[in-house]
Design a protein around this ligand. Structure first.
Ligand SMILES: [Zn+2]
Length: 209
């Protein structure tokens, strides 16, 4: 049974603290491994968070609810170990068909999702970790860099530089651009270095110095 924050007598709901921990233990993703949807993000109001997640009971919080276990104590029912974090769709799903979603399956989902979340802690995302080391500059990219630098300088920003992540330092084009002071060594990871005139135009429109 999923915690919808309604006050109903005799329901043994989770505390706010338990709900927060259930969400954070899975990095706020849905614990159905076939879903794994992110459930939290920024509201347009900078002081608020959007959440489409629910702290769900593995064994229901009240008699008559899905997977209710009369052998549980009140503390057992409120315990974090009786909870699983799901998106609203999956939370609704598990409560509408308890035969298909028995307690052992939900515990397995939770364990698998927590392990996945643990393995991701502190690691760059797959996109950020994409191979980017030692990608040579093409002459086209170098020319785009020069044009971009000229546009920046003529727009009144004399200190134009572009961040690169571990380029091939033996690449003569990289060496030339470095000598001209047009690139920083290091900086945020990116994909293979490709900069077209479209890219230059985009940066000029969107970049804030
Ligand atoms: Zn889901």
């Amino acid at each position: 049974m999923c915690d919808n924050h309604n006050v109903v007598e005799a329901r043994h709901d989770f505390s706010k603290e338990t709900i927060r921990k259930l969400s954070e233990r899975v990095g706020s993703t849905c614990s159905n491994p076939d879903c794994a949807a992110p459930t939290k993000g920024p509201h347009t109001d900078g002081d608020k968070v959007i959440s489409v997640g629910m702290a769900c009971h593995i064994h229901a919080a009240a008699p008559g609810g899905p997977r209710y276990d009369e052998g549980q104590s009140e503390d057992d029912r409120r315990s974090i170990h009786n909870g699983i974090w799901l998106c609203r769709t999956c939370g609704t799903l598990i409560d509408t068909d308890e035969e298909r979603f028995p307690a052992p399956l939900l515990r397995a989902w939770r364990a698998e999702t927590e392990l996945t979340a643990f393995k991701k802690i502190g690691k760059p995302s797959a996109a950020a970790a994409a191979p980017s080391d030692g990608v040579p500059f093409s002459n086209d990219a170098a020319n785009s860099m020069r044009r971009l630098a000229e546009q920046y300088v003529s727009a009144g920003y004399p200190n134009f530089k572009v961040w690169m992540f571990t380029p091939d330092q033996n690449d003569p084009v990289y060496g030339e651009l470095r000598a001209l002071g047009l690139v920083y060594f290091g900086g945020p990871r990116g994909g293979p270095w490709r900069l077209t005139q479209e890219g230059v135009d985009w940066i000029m429109r969107n970049r804030r110095l």
